[in-house]
Design a protein around this ligand. Sequence first.
Ligand SMILES: C[S@@+](CC[C@H](N)C(=O)[O-])C[C@H]1O[C@@H](n2cnc3c(N)ncnc32)[C@H](O)[C@@H]1O
Length: 303
Amino acid sequence: MMPSRLPLRSVVRAAATWAARNAVLWPALVRLQNTSRRGDPWLRVHPFDADHGTRTSGYIPAWLLRAGRPGDAGITAYAGCQPSCLRAALRSIPNLERRSFLDLGCGKGRSTIIASEHPFRAVVGVDISPHLVRIARRNAAIVAKRFPHRPPVIIGEGDALDVPLPDGDLVVFIYHSFGPDVLARVVDRLGEATAREARDVFLIYENPVYGTVIDRHRAFRRWFAEHVLCDLAEAPFQSDDGETIVVWRSTRDGRSAAPRGADRSIVVSKPGWRAELADARPAALALCLLEPEIPENGSAASV
Ligand SMILES: C[S@@+](CC[C@H](N)C(=O)[O-])C[C@H]1O[C@@H](n2cnc3c(N)ncnc32)[C@H](O)[C@@H]1O
């Protein structure tokens, strides 16, 4: 009988997962990974961090975020959202004071800090990576000390597939956190919760690469769709001039018409990574003409 052999790929994968979950090795692995991305705008220290004294900058690939949970299979990567884009999406939603904010894939917590600028009943972020959860909690504590009047930010470690939802009406935020299978299951969960408990749920999807999954779901209808140009000060810290943002609202009467302009088709411009709206380019081109100056300060984001 032939001795059984473990395929090399499984061994390498198991070793990588072990190393990625090790709290001592992890910061060094992130720094090592960053050496291959020199000049990447996502690695620069974002003005948001300079303003708040937080550490939310950087880019971390999926293999360094795995946690041994079912959702590992869908992880995209870590990168913080552009504050001006999330603020624009939040401006489109009525009665924030009656809702809780939930970020499914909160990373280092930049989005939850932005949400805490608004009068939400509660602000909750959940991430699958224990390393990012630690960082997000540290960031939330820094902001809570500086702005004690804001709603407190609660950061939980968990998988979007089974994490408990806050009670009542919600604003759920997803910044291209996972692939289509995990997204479909998350949207099913949200749809069931709205049907069972008569909740009003807004779902914000920034960079909606798999937005058609939500377009096809009976429990949600479009509310808002824009290619939001980010503030000029933020432009040098990401790979485009802004972000496509689509917002859906729960509906318990089946499908109904989307508000004017919110029904534009989502076009995937870079498979798995980048989504645009079908007719969004003219605005983007206008901003390119302004050509914001890219700072030479290549200071890399610390882990
Ligand atoms: C692009 S980052 C977004 C960070 C944050 N929302 C923001 O806007 O600043 C996506 C995050 O989703 C997390 N993630 C991916 N799959 C997840 C899952 N199944 N459950 C919870 N978090 C997940 C990743 O660890 C990563 O931090």
